[in-house]
Write a protein that binds this ligand. Structure first.
Ligand code: NI
Length: 183
C-alpha cells in the first residue's frame, strides 16, 4: 500500500524513533509498504518516520545511483534497528534531496565510510563497513531515525535562504506528485 509521506513541519520527523520489536506481526507489511511508497515517489531510500511511524527502520534501493557510482553493486534492502558504530574517511560533498523536503536539493558533506550494525528483513544480524553512494543514502536515512533532516546540516546562511521554501512545505503550499501529510 502506498502511504502518504510526512513532510517538513510534521512533528514525527523531529522525534527520535524507537527500536522495533523484531517479532511484530506487521513488520514485514510495513517494510513492503515503505518500498512501494519509495518507488512510487522515485526515492532511493525512505525511513519509517517519513510514513508516520516513529520506528527504527529504513529501506533503500541504490539502483538509480548506478551511473554515479559504477563501481558499486546496487543494494536493495531494509535496515532494522540500525546503529552506526563509526563514521570515517574524508568528508564528501553530494547534492541531496529528500521526499520530506520536496523541491529542495543542497550539497551536504558526509564522511565517505561507515560501520553499521543492523537486522535485515529476514531478521539476520549484520555488522559491516560500507562506503560510497550506499553509505551516503544510509547516513541520510539514519538521520531521519534521529529526528534530523538534511537541511539541518547546512550553514545558517543556506538555511536562511531556504526559509521560504521550508515554510511553503510546512504549510502545504508545495505539492509534489505524491500524497503528503504536513501535520
Ligand atoms: Ni530524507
Amino acid at each position: 500500500m502506498i502511504l502518504p509521506i510526512c513532510v517538513y513541519g510534521h512533528p514525527v520527523l523531529r522525534r527520535k524513533a524507537q527500536d522495533v520489536d523484531l517479532k511484530a506481526e506487521d513488520l514485514l507489511q510495513l517494510i513492503a509498504d515503505m518500498f512501494e511508497t519509495m518507488y512510487h515517489s522515485n526515492g532511493v531510500g525512505i525511513a519509517a518516520p517519513q510514513v508516520g511511524k516513529s520506528l527504527r527502520i529504513f529501506v533503500i534501493d541504490s539502483e538509480p545511483f548506478k551511473e554515479l557510482y559504477p563501481e558499486e553493486e546496487p543494494r536493495k534492502q531494509a535496515f532494522i534497528n540500525p546503529t552506526i558504530l563509526q563514521r570515517y574517511g574524508e568528508e564528501v560533498p553530494f547534492s541531496e534531496g529528500c521526499l520530506s523536503l520536496p523541491g529542495i536539493n543542497e550539497e551536504v558533506l558526509r564522511p565517505s565510510t561507515i560501520e553499521i550494525e543492523y537486522w535485515d528483513e529476514k531478521l539476520n544480524h549484520h555488522k559491516e563497513t560500507i562506503s560510497g553512494g550506499v553509505a551516503r543514502i544510509i547516513q541520510h536515512e539514519y538521520d531521519h531515525l534521529e529526528g534530523t533532516v538534511f537541511t539541518d546540516h547546512l550553514t545558517s546562511l543556506k538555511k536562511m535562504i531556504l526559509k521560504r521554501k521550508l515554510s511553503d512545505i510546512a504549510s502545504g503550499k508545495t505539492k509534489p506528485s505524491y500524497k503528503i501529510k504536513n501535520h
